[in-house]
Ligand binder design. Structure first.
Ligand SMILES: N[C@@H](CCC(=O)N[C@@H](CS)C(=O)NCC(=O)O)C(=O)O
Length: 118
């Protein structure tokens, strides 16, 4: 059972990588040769038609995009991601609230800085 994380340096995918690393779950990292503020390679649309990272491939071959959704999935599926020896969520409501808050409010501001043409 191995996850595959598609990511690039400087991405919010670090949260996915940290969750997998700290929980001890096996995963493979696929680092894309791409830098912040630039588009991802066109071929990456085969993995994510939205052409964004992070992307998590589950051991069953499902594709999950959106950092918040990936984190919610991992927490739901693995006890060690929410109540393990290195990862513990003390306040679940705050965790869900702030994770969604970052995705829908803070991210929109960052998007305008990185890709003003959009
Ligand atoms: N809403 C997505 C945003 C993902 C995102 O913007 N990722 C950046 C990583 S730096 C990206 O892939 N940018 C490439 C692009 O938008 O062209 C999430 O929370 O995962």
């Amino acid at each position: 059972m191995t996850y595959k994380v598609h990511n690039r340096l400087g991405s919010s995918g670090f949260a996915v990588e940290a969750t997998l690393e700290l929980s001890g779950l096996p995963y493979e990292m696929v680092l894309l040769p791409s830098t912040s503020d630039t588009p991802l390679p066109a071929e990456f649309t085969a993995v994510n038609p939205w052409r964004q990272v992070p992307v998590l491939e589950t051991p069953e071959g499902r594709i999950i995009t959106e950092t918040a959704a990936i984190l919610f999935y991992l927490l739901d599926r693995h006890e060690e991601c929410r109540n393990g020896t290195t990862l513990r969520i003390g306040d679940t409501i705050a965790f869900y609230r702030w994770t969604v808050f970052m995705a829908v409010n803070i991210y929109e501001g960052i998007l305008r800085i990185s890709y003003p043409d959009r």
